[in-house]
Design a protein around this ligand. Structure first.
Ligand SMILES: [Zn+2]
Length: 627
């Protein structure tokens, strides 16, 4: 809520929307809930900085988020704001219930708290030399907080949780994350303080209003209140427990440990799956406003509409993994997959139906051997795609659909319709080929609907098909249900073809590129001379525990030894770095990274998101100046 919406936020909701649309096509009754978590210290602070009341800030941001969901064709059934009275009442009711059964009790807590993540640090986090702790999740300085508070008896749920995980291996997905959760719980769970007196912007504890309820206890219960808990019990009973909670992997522990424990304590059934999806990275860092690397989805929406972004995010990587967002990568997918493969197939087919048959879809003379291939392949594709969507393998489903698109392109080319068109005697054969291709396109439009609803509807309307896609269930959909006698629309391109330069021009107004432009400021020679660049020799190198890409390096810079932390672990092993000579900046302000003071920085090129270090290729001694 303290952030402007960016592609990272849109990603979760786009995945959820594709799953919701697919399940509706499957004939299931779907309740798709999304919303905003509006309480807590972070929002209190962000609002104060802007001179607003927290609710005023929330109202603004919610407006922007709802607009964005509309522009992205998000089909949520309900939008919950945790500041709504029905939610607050529901949370208070559950709080009292837990207090009554002894799962919530009063005590005192002292601990290190990360304001940014609204989270108490685990006691294992070591003290820094300066006497404070650094949040291991965001790297910011934590503050020491001591207060009277209410505790949730989390320790009581250690065994029940472990038992639950072992009986429900699908509860956390992808599976690698389940191991992470189990080992965390095995390590032991301590009671959790779930109220604050230092935070005013929250739901008051019933009967003790100087305390507010911890934002995670508050926010997680949105899944119950949003589904109808305590205000629409018929709906609640119909849809709870949830089939899937879809979240970013950074908040997996809250959802996979606290949430089921709260639910057990409250006597509610548990959701079937918590899916922790990966992050979209830009320049290797998680997108966030404070890091200045957000990509404003509005810029993309303005040029392309919703579907290319939906397609790119779901096609580029499986939802469990991290992806790197680049404008180049995005445009490549749009131009190659959408404009070329799919767009051209639709356009060529419609143009031929227009030219050869006055825009009328006709039937004709079947050649079994040639024609059945594309029909049978569709039936098989439909089953596979259904299985893949069902298993959250959206990227694989799209991949399969594209294999089919290209086989239809090939079918069309192999049958050389333009040659048949020259011979009046072959006109019936030509009609059949175009009918088959049009039927395949209709089927492709249908299968793509969960991911690209707008384009699917366009494809259908281009074909003159006037049934709504949503009205045909997956089981009932048939390749040959394309009616003859339909009048197609005059062919128009389905996707715009945009070149990178034009796109980046469009991009200029976004906050992102303003930042980029600042970065490209001219540096004077005097400013450049201030930088102390030297040859450094790597003496020691080791991975920073708990990270994949950070390496702690000890480097000899001639006059002394320095320690630095570098994000090069994707490309180099610590062993191969030892003894190498490279360029380091030695007068940069030190930064604390993962609790290690980094007193120098190395230079490296970034290639496809990986760092490549320029090493010296002649003998040279450490400490030599680079200028
Ligand atoms: Zn933090």
């Amino acid at each position: 809520m303290n952030d402007i919406p960016h592609i990272g936020h849109a990603y979760t909701t786009i995945i959820a929307d594709a799953l919701a649309r697919f399940n509706r096509l499957r004939g299931k009754e779907v309740f798709f809930l999304t919303g905003t978590d509006e309480h807590g210290q972070k929002i209190e602070k962000a609002a104060a900085e802007k001179g607003l009341k927290p609710l005023e800030l929330a109202n603004k941001v919610v407006g922007r988020i709802k607009d964005l969901w509309k522009a992205l064709e998000i089909s949520n059934d309900f939008f919950i704001r945790t500041t709504e009275p029905f939610h607050e009442k529901g949370v208070q009711k559950i709080f009292l219930k837990l207090k009554k059964n002894g799962d919530i009790y009063k005590g005192t807590y002292q601990g290190w708290y990360c304001v940014s993540d609204e989270n108490f640090l685990s006691e294992d986090v070591p003290l820094e030399a300066e006497g404070h702790k650094i949040c291991p999740d965001c790297g910011k300085k934590a503050i020491l907080v001591s207060e009277d508070c209410y505790f949730f008896r989390l320790s009581r749920y250690e065994e029940p949780l472990l038992k639950f995980y072992s009986q429900n291996p699908e509860f956390v997905r992808p599976p690698s994350r389940m191991n992470e959760v189990v080992s965390f719980v095995r390590h032991g769970l301590k009671d959790l303080n779930i109220t604050r007196t230092t935070v005013k912007w929250g739901i008051p504890v019933p009967d003790d209003p100087s305390h507010t309820i911890y934002v995670w206890f508050d926010a997680l219960h949105n899944y119950l209140t949003g589904a109808g808990y305590d205000w629409n019990l018929a709906q609640f009973q119909k849809f709870w427990p949830a089939t899937i909670h879809l979240i970013g992997k950074d908040i997996l522990r809250f959802h996979a440990i606290l949430w089921p424990a709260f639910l057990m304590a409250g006597g509610f059934p548990l959701p079937k799956t918590v899916y922790g999806h990966g992050w979209w990275l830009k320049d290797e860092a998680k997108m966030s406003k404070s890091k200045g690397n957000v990509l404003d989805p509005y810029v993309i929406l303005k040029v392309f509409g919703p579907d290319p972004l939906r397609y790119f995010l779901l096609r580029e990587i499986p939802i469990g993994l991290d992806g790197n967002f680049s404008h180049e990568g995005f445009l490549h997918r749009v131009n190659s997959d959408l404009a070329n493969d799919l767009g051209n197939l639709v356009h060529r087919t419609l143009t031929m139906i227009q030219g050869y048959f006055k825009g009328m879809i006709e039937d004709g003379e079947e050649e079994q051997e040639k024609d059945k291939v594309i029909r049978q392949a569709f039936e098989a594709l439909k089953e596979r795609v259904a299985d893949l969507y069902e298993n959250y393998a959206l990227s694989r489903a799209l991949e399969e659909i594209w294999v089919y698109i290209n086989s239809v392109n090939k079918y069309l080319a192999d049958n050389e319709p333009w040659k048949l068109a020259e011979d009046e005697a072959k006109k019936r054969r030509l009609a059949r080929i175009l009918y088959q291709t049009a039927a395949a396109i209709r089927g492709i439009g249908y299968l793509l609907y969960p991911v690209m609803p707008e384009s699917s509807r366009k494809i259908w309307s281009y074909l003159g098909e006037n049934t709504a896609i949503e009205e045909i269930s997956f089981a009932a959909f048939r390749f040959e249900d394309l009616k003859t006698g339909l009048k197609i629309q005059r062919p128009k391109p389905l996707f715009p073809r945009v070149n990178l330069q034009d796109f980046l021009k469009e991009d200029v107004p976004s906050a992102v590129l303003e930042k980029k432009e600042e970065k490209m400021d001219i540096v004077t020679f005097d400013e450049f001379k201030k930088m102390d660049l030297r040859v450094g020799e790597i003496l020691k190198a080791e991975k920073v525990p708990g990270t994949d890409k950070l390496i702690k390096i000890e480097v000899n810079i001639g006059t002394e030894k320095r320690t630095m932390v570098a994000g090069v672990g994707d490309t180099y092993s610590p062993e191969e770095l030892v003894g190498k000579k490279l360029v380091v900046i030695v007068n940069l302000k030190p930064a604390v990274i993962r609790g290690i003071e980094s007193q120098a920085m190395l230079l490296a090129a970034e290639v496809g998101g990986k760092a490549i270090i320029p090493f010296f290729d002649r003998e040279i001694s450490a400490g030599a100046k680079v200028r």
